[in-house]
Design a protein around this ligand. Structure first.
Ligand SMILES: *Cc1c(COP(=O)(O)O)cnc(C)c1O
Length: 464
């Protein structure tokens, strides 16, 4: 057996990494001057690096390790499935037990009449499926012009050409010819940064009604669907005002367009319910899933589709699918992950116990002089950094400068917390204990202190 070893010195690993490994969402040349941190192992909520440091992972990897690291059960299931049937496809009238069992489980867990699963290998692939599926749905129903999908600026729906176009990340759109045609964007419900003098409630309605205005502008007969994350994740954990989602739901219903809830982050307990749609009372026609579906132990995603959409799609040959759609090992691991989330009461604990505890502690960060608002739903939260709370002012420095400086202090303090612009975000494993939450908050506070000192030293403590 060829071993995977960690025994090269860190500097050597970093040099090899910089020379040969191209990293996502990174400036590659940067790795030559400052090597990447080499993660060698993990248990529970803690990562270990090649220098022996123990790091609290308040991001659950990339929002995905919901049951925490190091669960042997998933390794056992994967090994057993690989021996039994390591691979077979689900094209051309074939199927296998893991794909069947997982689809049944997901149909039981999903709300309402979302009873049908189309598998993918990731969230990006699943959203590409959705884009083609909603267009095919309307074409099959005799409305071939209903093709445009409306999304939101600063949404994240993946990194493939289709899903990246559905997303609203301007930095992504500037590279490689995105967005593709047939996608329109409206503004996000980010009250802290964009709400001006409006109350959050007024602002929520105003932003929701942009959807109505956009449908009118494009013509209802040309719009297929609206896609949105129940709570925006990669955009900075943006929690919409309470008025937003009821209004969006009304508009989708009245204007006869499909609603796609991108549950890639919100799904599988992150919000304290199985799905963010349940938490926020949304009734989608399609839900995108990935990440927490397998707690990141295997790459798997998919679309959970309503009876009505599945029936229409089922009447045509849908010329779409992936080699790894419903991969047996990934499906078996996902099923075991769902068993653990359920039988260990992890979702209930987020709803009733550790979630409320984290919310209270997280809210206390607004006592820090650099923190404006704190927003949290279940186990995804964000704080807005500001030099002037009452004005909700940004820093004079380019957006993200202060966030980055603070993120660097978190890193130094063995806390993985990300920054999105000048918001700091968390999304810890759902199994985090109260003691570990205390450690998270202590390290965050310490990092905010050090970040603020660095900002002042750099002469950046100025409202822009
Ligand atoms: C991460 C993410 C995706 C993309 O998933 P990948 O597995 O990285 O392709 C899509 N939607 C949301 C909301 C995400 O957070």
């Amino acid at each position: 057996m060829q071993p995977i070893t960690n025994h090269l010195p860190t500097a050597e690993l970093q040099a090899l990494d910089a020379a040969h490994h191209m990293h996502p969402f990174s400036t590659q040349s940067g790795f030559k001057t400052k090597g990447a941190r080499v993660i060698t192992g993990a248990k529970g909520v803690m990562l270990r690096d090649s220098e022996g440091q123990e790091i609290l992972d308040a991001m659950a990897g990339l929002w995905c390790v919901n049951i925490g690291y190091g669960r042997d059960e998933l390794a056992e299931v994967a090994a057993r499935q690989m021996r039994e049937l390591p691979y077979y496809n689900t094209f051309f009238m074939t199927t296998h037990v893991p794909a069947i069992a997982l689809a049944k489980r997901l149909a039981d867990l999903a709300p309402g009449d979302l009873n049908h699963v189309f598998y993918a290998g990731s969230g990006s692939e699943a959203n590409d499926t959705n884009l083609r599926m909603v267009r095919t749905y309307w074409a099959e129903k005799g409305h071939p012009n209903k093709q445009i999908v409306i999304s939101r600026w600063n949404a994240y729906h993946g990194s493939s050409v289709g899903s990246g176009s559905l997303g609203g990340m301007k930095g992504m759109h500037q590279q490689g010819g995105m967005p593709i045609p047939g996608i329109a964007h409206i503004d996000q419900p980010n009250w802290w940064s964009e709400g001006g003098d409006m109350s959050p409630e007024e602002f929520g309605l105003e932003r929701a009604r942009q959807l109505e205005a956009k449908i009118d502008e494009l013509g209802e007969d040309n719009v297929a669907a609206f896609i949105a994350e129940p709570v925006q994740g990669a955009g900075g954990v943006i929690v919409a005002p309470d008025t937003y989602w009821p209004e969006i739901s009304r508009i989708c219903r009245e204007r006869n367009i499909l609603l796609i809830a991108d549950e890639v982050i919100c799904g599988f307990g992150r919000t304290g319910e199985w799905f963010g749609s349940q938490k926020l009372n949304i009734t989608p026609d399609i839900m995108t899933i990935a990440k927490g579906l397998s707690s990141g132990y295997q790459p798997i995603g998919g679309s959970i589709v309503s009876d009505e959409v599945a029936e229409v799609i089922g009447n045509c040959e849908f010329n779409h699918g992936y080699t790894y759609s419903g991969h047996p090992v990934a499906s078996a691991v996902a099923l075991e992950n769902l068993r653990i989330l359920d039988e260990e009461g992890i979702v209930d604990r987020v709803r009733n116990d550790t979630g409320p505890y984290l919310a209270e502690k997280f809210q206390s960060l607004t006592d820090h002089p650099m923190v404006g608002e704190a927003k949290i739903v279940g186990m995804m939260g964000s704080i807005a950094l500001t030099p002037d709370k009452s004005a909700r002012a940004p820093f004079e420095a380019e957006a993200g400068t202060v966030g980055y400086m603070t993120r660097e202090r978190c890193f130094a303090n063995n806390l993985i917390m990300r920054h999105v612009g000048d918001r700091m975000i968390i999304s810890p494993p759902l199994v985090i204990s109260k003691d570990e939450i205390d450690t998270l908050i202590d390290r965050a506070w310490q990092s905010l202190d050090e970040g603020m000192a660095a900002v002042k030293d750099a002469g950046l403590w100025k409202a822009g």
